[in-house]
Design a protein around this ligand. Structure first.
Ligand code: PHE
Length: 467
């Protein structure tokens, strides 16, 4: 049997795993979610869920990965004593990763496009309306999205082809450090803008009016998405960890880094928005429609805009290579393929799988999709993680909490760690808190109205009690 690859250092692993966590979610979704859901209170809820539900599941995935030394299918199979049902959960992880990679790469392709457009100062002499509609043109073009999607997948294949240390770890280190410095540079710039004062208040001081009980669930979903949980990514990365490393400590550092980047990203974006007196709840169009317009009006806008979209591409790459790695590792284990062969085959399949998403706006493929399903192919598929990730997370927490041998779990938790006393609080979260939280998210996604009426009832009773 081939010897399993390992990270060269804990620092390398931390950067690779934070690379997976920090992505379009932190830079693009987080700021507008915060905007729509009452700013600081949302941030607080997000922090709570990151550390009390996200972190425990993160550790659970690491426990599974390091003890089995396998990727999801092998891990579920080995640790459950080869039970077919649990093995299917591993396949669910593989399936979800594949689906997410296919459209994530299309969004990254747009970011790549905008980075290059910014370098050419594309907004010069365009009206506000023209700048905003450029994204619609890109979306509808099809061929351009397709081309850059292929380029993006090729970049990913280039990284993963090199292996754990020479590919993923080396590139994550480089890209994450670049990302950090650029983001800090952008932050320094934003902190000198007129809108900064209003922005930090918005992000750090609570606004009770906008915060509805439902925002709590959005914060939970957000914590899941940004930590890349429930897909077996963390599990696979954990399988490359050495025994001397503390799972809890490294997981904690990664969660902390992820939170810091999300907050930093908000403190870059909101000052710009407030400087131009726009409303913060701009929605998903924020990054591709509003930001280019605002960059055009700022001093040094071309440079800023190029850096901003470059950062977006960097974070997208460090996330998408983790999705690709889960698939590649799986095929290496299943068919004993070489890493190179597995990477090329999975890369080609992911490129093909992304075609309908890239062409969704052009309606060349599936022209009647929207008519039948209500939204176009891209939007349909890009909603799937909201369901697939919590589902994977639910199975992982139930498996580690109730089915995996407790002695093995404890041994992994203790190995390399001094924080033994945290075992029971963690175990409690895995067995009770996390599954409960996830079930709530899932009910919310299935039928927001059902849960909304339940929450309104609680809110009213609560208000009745205190008045
Ligand atoms: N964590 C990534 C982000 O915040 C998203 C992601 C989800 C990446 C799933 C990989 C897998 O953008």
């Amino acid at each position: 049997m081939k010897k399993r690859e390992h990270w060269s250092s804990t620092f390398g692993f931390i950067l690779a795993a934070s690379g997976s966590a920090v992505g379009l979610g932190s830079l693009w979704r987080f700021p507008y979610y915060a905007g729509e859901n009452g700013g600081a209170l949302f941030v607080l809820a997000y922090l709570f869920f990151t550390f009390f539900i996200g972190l425990p599941i993160f550790v659970a995935e690491l426990v599974m990965g390091r003890s089995s030394q396998k990727s999801p299918v092998g891990a579920f199979s080995d640790l459950s004593g080869h039970k077919q049902n649990w093995k299917s959960v591993g396949y669910l992880c593989i399936f979800s990763s594949f689906i997410i990679l296919s459209f994530y790469s299309v969004v990254a392709a747009w970011a790549l496009n905008y980075a290059l457009m910014s370098l050419c100062h594309w907004t010069k002499n365009l009206s506000a309306q023209e700048i905003r509609s450029a994204f619609d043109i890109l979306y509808r073009s099809g061929d351009l999205s397709l081309f850059w999607h292929f380029v993006f997948i090729l970049l990913n294949v280039g990284v993963v082809y090199g292996g754990v240390q020479q590919g993923i770890e080396r590139w994550s280190r480089l890209l994450m450090q670049a990302l950090f410095w650029i983001l800090i540079g952008l932050f320094v710039y934003s902190s000198r803008l007129e809108g900064f004062d209003q922005a930090w208040r918005f992000v750090l001081l609570p606004n009770y009016q906008k915060f509805a009980a439902m925002s709590v669930l959005k914060a939970l979903g957000m914590a899941f998405f940004t930590l890349s949980l429930g897909l077996g990514i963390v599990l696979t990365y954990g399988s490359y960890m050495k025994r001397e490393e503390s799972l809890l400590k490294t997981a904690f550092i990664i969660c902390l880094l992820n939170v810091c980047v999300s907050l930093l990203a908000s403190l870059v974006i909101f000052p710009i928005i407030f400087t131009f007196s726009l409303a913060p709840e701009e929605g998903p169009g924020l990054v591709f429609k509003t930001m280019p317009l605002l960059f055009e009006r700022l001093n040094g806008g071309i440079l800023l805009s190029s850096l901003f979209f470059f950062v977006l591409v960097l974070t997208a790459i460090t996330s998408s290579i983790s999705l690709l790695e889960v698939l590649v590792a799986h095929f290496i284990e299943l068919f004993s393929w070489s890493r190179q062969k597995s990477t090329v085959i999975v890369g080609i399949s992911a490129a093909l799988m992304g075609v309908p998403s890239a062409l969704a706006g052009s309606k060349v493929l599936f022209p009647n999709w929207e008519l039948i399903y209500g939204r176009d192919f891209f939007h349909t598929i890009s909603d799937t993680p909201d369901f697939l990730m919590p589902l994977g997370g639910l199975f992982i927490s139930l498996f580690v909490g109730y089915f995996m041998d407790k002695r093995l779990v404890q041994e992994q938790f203790f190995s390399g760690s001094k924080w033994h006393f945290l075992f029971y609080p963690w175990y409690f979260s895995i067995r009770c808190l996390a599954p409960l939280g996830i079930v709530l998210i899932m009910i919310y996604q299935a039928d927001p109205k059902l849960l909304a009426s339940f929450f309104t009832m609680i809110e009213q009773n609560f208000k009745g009690l205190i008045s």
